[in-house]
Design a protein around this ligand. Structure first.
Ligand code: PEP
Ligand code: CO
Length: 458
């Protein structure tokens, strides 16, 4: 046995750091970190512990995780309409999934801090000019100018305040009955007209929401307890824990609990490019009590995964690890089974989640990054099948999506010729409102079919 090295919120600084940010003024970074250390947490340990309990239930097949939001959240998008639209699409997708899967859904947004992006190249060259790549609004700005691309530590404070404002609005909406699931007439159907949904999709949603409300009333008439659980609308936040200055500044102990909590978000995840076992990211995350997501691409081996599980969750605690596989539709059938079998052999408790976005990138002849609705759906369907055939369960889905009518992915109503119309993403292409809702119906149908065939409980 290799002795476990002592951990502290700053021990990551002794490890090699992938995607390290090239700040040019260490004193300014230190000043910002000191400030962030003294500011209140963005989330609480109670919320984190509750999410961990819900994830533990999802690991037993009793709940399903829906995680979604922008690839790169923009600070300028901290606006009421944009936030409301994100919540609406997550809420509406979750209702469709509850109906299909007959399980409560855990709603987790990629928001209130999804401001830092890993990049495949540290620099970008245009017309002979080479500048640092855009690493997300927490680090620098997207405009292709030297001043915008300089890593600015003050953006960590800007990110913190905008994450706080976003969370404040989300909390107020949730607490204020933003969506009372007993009243489908309140779920803002006018929203559908704006989005020009095809009539079948609108009718399908309307009938699903009415059936759900009816079922809730029926269960309440019977005096069943789980009704509250199904009808309470909670949202949790998540983001990639990439900028370790920012994350560690908010990693601390809280009164009357043991251990350290990372308090910028409920569910941080480690990206495909930063999951090196001996790297700085795994070092920070091994010391926190939060549940932690790990992205796994086709190059991940069963040994890599088992070593990461041992490092990040040595006691095999329930609700702690969310494995987010992102293999690509063409590779998932071959790449996923060895990982699932490895984790089973190791007797490890995890929640298996499919990210069908990051393995399915394409570039159009015109140079736009896009993804196809069909590939995305195919990766999810294939993941359901792989898990069912191995006796495990796909316990969640992870999307890049938006509640707005962007034109970034093809299929589900859009062709390649439409992409130019409203292509807004600062990073990867997202499903638009209609595509996301349609995706949830396809998944719900699959879940319902699996229930009927008895391949999943209940
Ligand atoms: C992302 O989720 O935006 C991302 C960069 O994913 P991955 O680490 O899986 O490539
Ligand atoms: Co992305």
């Amino acid at each position: 046995m290799i002795p476990v090295e002592p951990w502290s919120p700053s021990s990551w600084q002794t490890k090699p750091e992938a995607q390290q940010i090239a700040y040019d003024d260490p004193a300014a970074v230190e000043a910002v970190v000191r400030k962030l250390r003294g500011l209140p947490p963005l989330v609480t340990s109670w919320e984190i512990e509750r999410l961990k309990r819900l994830l533990a239930e999802a690991q037993q097949g009793k709940r399903f995780l829906l995680q979604g939001g922008d690839c790169a959240e923009a600070i300028d998008d901290c606006q009421p309409a944009v936030i409301v639209n994100k919540l609406k699409i997550l809420l509406q997708m979750s209702l469709v999934l509850i109906h299909g899967g007959k399980r409560p859904i855990i709603r987790v947004g990629r928001f209130a801090g999804q401001y830092a992006k890993p990049r495949s190249s540290p620099t970008e060259t245009k017309q002979g000019l080479t500048l640092p790549s855009y690493f997300g609004d927490l680090v620098n700005r997207p405009e292709f100018e030297a001043s915008a691309r300089r890593a600015d530590p003050n953006l960590m404070l800007t990110g913190y305040t905008h994450a706080a404002m976003t969370l404040n609005f989300i909390r107020s909406l949730s607490a204020g009955g933003f969506a009372d699931l007993h009243h489908p007439e309140y779920w803002d159907l006018s929203f559908f007209e704006r989005a020009e949904l095809p009539a079948e999709l609108r009718d399908e949603y309307q009938s699903t929401s009415e059936k759900l409300a009816e079922a809730l009333r029926f269960m309440e008439a019977l005096g069943e307890r789980p009704v509250d659980d199904l009808s309470r609308v909670e949202f949790y936040s998540s983001h990639e824990g990439l900028n370790l200055h920012y994350e560690s500044a908010q990693t601390r102990q809280v009164p009357r609990r043991s251990g350290h909590y990372l308090l910028t978000t409920h569910l941080p995840w480690i990206g495909e490019r930063t999951r090196d076992l001996d790297g700085a990211h795994v070092e920070l995350f091994r010391g926190v009590e939060n549940p932690v997501g790990i992205k796994l691409g086709p190059s991940a081996t069963p040994d890599d995964v088992l070593r990461l599980l041992e490092r990040l969750n040595p006691t095999d605690a329930a609700g702690k690890i969310v494995l987010v596989t992102r293999m690509g539709a063409a590779k998932v059938e071959r790449a996923l089974p060895p990982l699932v079998e490895g984790v089973m052999r190791g007797g490890r408790r995890v929640l298996w989640v499919c990210d069908p976005m990051h393995g399915n990138m394409m570039v159009t002849p015109g140079g736009l990054k896009t993804r196809s609705f069909d590939d995305i759906l195919r990766e999810i369907e294939c993941s359901f099948e792989v898990h069912a055939s191995l006796g495990t369960q796909l316990g969640g889905v992870h999307f890049e999506l938006t509640g707005d009518d962007v034109t970034e992915c093809i299929g589900g109503g859009l062709t390649e010729a439409d992409l130019d119309r409203n292509y807004l993403t600062a990073c990867d292409p997202r499903l638009n409102y209609r595509q996301a809702l349609e995706m949830s119906f396809r998944i719900a149908r699959r879940m319902a079919a699996m229930r009927r065939s008895g391949s999943v409980s209940p």
